[in-house]
Design a protein around this ligand. Structure first.
Ligand code: XMP
Length: 507
């Protein structure tokens, strides 16, 4: 398989470069900027991209790639900070400039190679402090903006390019075309990264593993696809456990069981631990305590199952590529805002090796595989759902009646958004319930009932989110249905706080 390596100098867009390239079926991998020349050579990439980054080449601790990488005689594209690295390395000069952030008009000076077919000018997304003041000998300017006279440069032999703007973000017009020009035309890669190919290669690798595999499935797309791939390769040596914690969406536990057992004929056990979970959660109101209890109970049920069904050699997980990359990088204080629970915390004595068949994939690639494997669209296009489930959507103590209200009203929200063709346009949509009550009138009678809060947000990565401006008619319909169909609810509110300062989940 032909490969492009993206050296990560710390830009928030580094992942996007890989994703854009993979979208046109070329394998791209994000690697730390300080990857050694030897390692890179061993991997034999067809081209290298230097990502952007927050540093300046003049900073004392500026990140530089190993020098020999510039001389590898394979094509290089530098983006933003990567552009400045190229200017600096080959003898040009970078200067401090006024910070430029946003869209600029890029005028094309030479529309061959990198900018082939781009036209005379495009809007390009800039995000930089430094800029190239003098280009290196042996390079020419192929594009400029009003503020940056060397916004795009190319070496005379047309194998090294630098661009001040970000082709990977959607705000750059024809950004994908520019990346395609580099990857397909300059680097001459084959478009051989397909999900069918990935499945074949996974089958070969997975069918060589020995011993039994244990996989905890949640009904989410990642664990489902991981389990189905492994099942295809080793059949009943894979055992799946699904823990019904009583905190799932309406009827979800049955839909998931039906899919695994009847559609896919996977060795699948549903453990109904709902009573135990709800008992442990009784009286608990603190959000972090709830999360902790859900995590601990899960580990107990999981461990008991592993013991009773031993021996297992492997623990399968649906880890994705961004998690793999992130786990190598300090996440800083932001990551402790809420503790996210997954299948961590298993006791060491289980002595399981980790099997992560999706660790090279992005979410959209996993969705493609799900489709190929026959997973119902309803599942692989469903919104993300938090590990602790409705525990983070019930404010205050979790009681059976609040759970029921949250389940039914969330189903109404989901159904109405689907009906209005909006479900797939938003990031998450659900209803939360707390202890607040408000007076209503039913017939001639006053009724003191619960308040249900609708939350619908737009987001691209859940790091930030904006409340969705749903049409008023739709909100009215949702509100009417909830108050009509759920006896105890008198009021419906809509959450109009974005993240930050709010979070997506209320607990
Ligand atoms: P917040 O509420 O932190 O949520 O803005 C960001 C995204 O993460 C999901 N979420 C969780 N997922 N365990 C999970 O697996 C958790 O404890 C958890 N808390 C929040 C949330 O649904 C949203 O997509």
């Amino acid at each position: 398989m032909d490969k492009i390596f993206v050296l990560d100098f710390g830009s928030q867009y580094s992942h996007l470069i890989c994703r854009r390239i993979r979208e046109f079926s070329v394998y791209a991998e994000l690697v730390p900027y300080n990857i050694s020349f030897e390692e890179l050579k061993k991997q034999n990439p067809k081209g290298i991209i230097f990502s952007g980054g927050p540093s300046s080449v003049y900073n004392k601790d500026a990140p530089f790639p190993e020098n020999k990488i510039f001389e590898m005689k394979i094509p290089i594209l530098g983006i933003c900070y990567g552009h400045q690295l190229i200017v600096n390395n080959f003898g040009g000069r970078v200067k401090r400039a006024n910070k430029e952030y946003g869209s600029s008009l890029l005028t094309i000076d030479n529309n061959k190679n990198l900018l082939n077919g781009i036209g005379e000018s495009v809007r390009a997304w800039m995000s930089h402090g430094d800029e190239a003041e003098e280009i290196p000998p042996g390079f020419e300017i192929i594009g400029h903006t009003e503020n940056a006279k060397a916004a795009a440069i190319a070496s005379n032999d047309k194998s090294i390019f630098g661009i001040q703007f970000h082709p990977e973000v959607i705000h750059t017009e024809q950004g994908t075309e520019i990346l395609k020009n580099f990857v397909l035309n300059v680097c001459q890669t084959k478009q051989d990264w397909t999900m069918e190919g990935f499945i074949d290669a996974s089958m070969q690798k997975l069918s060589t593993i020995e011993g039994n595999v244990l996989c905890g499935v949640s009904g989410g797309i990642d664990s489902t696809v991981a389990a189905l791939l492994i099942h295809r390769a080793i059949g009943d040596r894979l055992k799946c456990i699904f823990v019904d914690n009583g905190l799932l969406r309406l009827n979800e536990e049955n839909e998931i069981e039906e899919m695994f057992k009847n559609n896919f004929k996977v060795n699948f056990t549903k453990v109904d631990a709902s009573e135990k979970f709800l008992e442990k959660l009784q009286g608990i109101t603190d959000p972090e305590r709830k999360r902790k209890i859900v995590g601990e109970e899960f580990v107990k049920v999981f461990t008991d199952f592993a013991k009773e069904n031993a021996p297992f050699k492997w623990l399968a997980q649906g880890t994705l590529y961004p998690d793999v990359i992130e786990s190598g990088i300090s996440k800083g204080p932001a990551s402790v805002i809420k503790s996210h629970h997954n299948v961590g915390g298993l006791p060491d004595w289980l002595d399981l090796e980790i099997l992560e068949p999706l660790r090279d994939l992005y979410k959209d690639e996993v969705r493609k595989i799900a489709k190929i494997l026959g997973v119902p669209e309803k599942l692989y296009m469903r919104h993300p759902f938090p590990g602790p489930g409705l525990a983070v959507r019930i404010i205050g103590e979790i009681t059976p009646s609040k759970l029921e209200m949250a389940k039914i009203s969330s189903k109404i929200v989901e159904d109405e958004l689907l009906e209005a063709n909006l479900y797939h346009k938003v990031w998450q949509a659900y209803a939360a319930v707390g202890d607040d009550k408000a007076v209503g009138v039913v017939g001639d009678e006053r009724k003191y009932g619960n308040i249900v809060m609708i939350r619908v947000v737009d987001s691209i990565d859940a790091m930030t989110a904006d409340w969705t401006r749903l049409p008023h008619d739709l909100l009215e319909k949702i509100s009417n249905r909830i108050t009509n169909e759920i006896e105890n609810v008198t009021w419906v509110t809509y959450a109009v706080s974005s993240k930050p300062p709010a979070t997506i989940e209320p607990q």
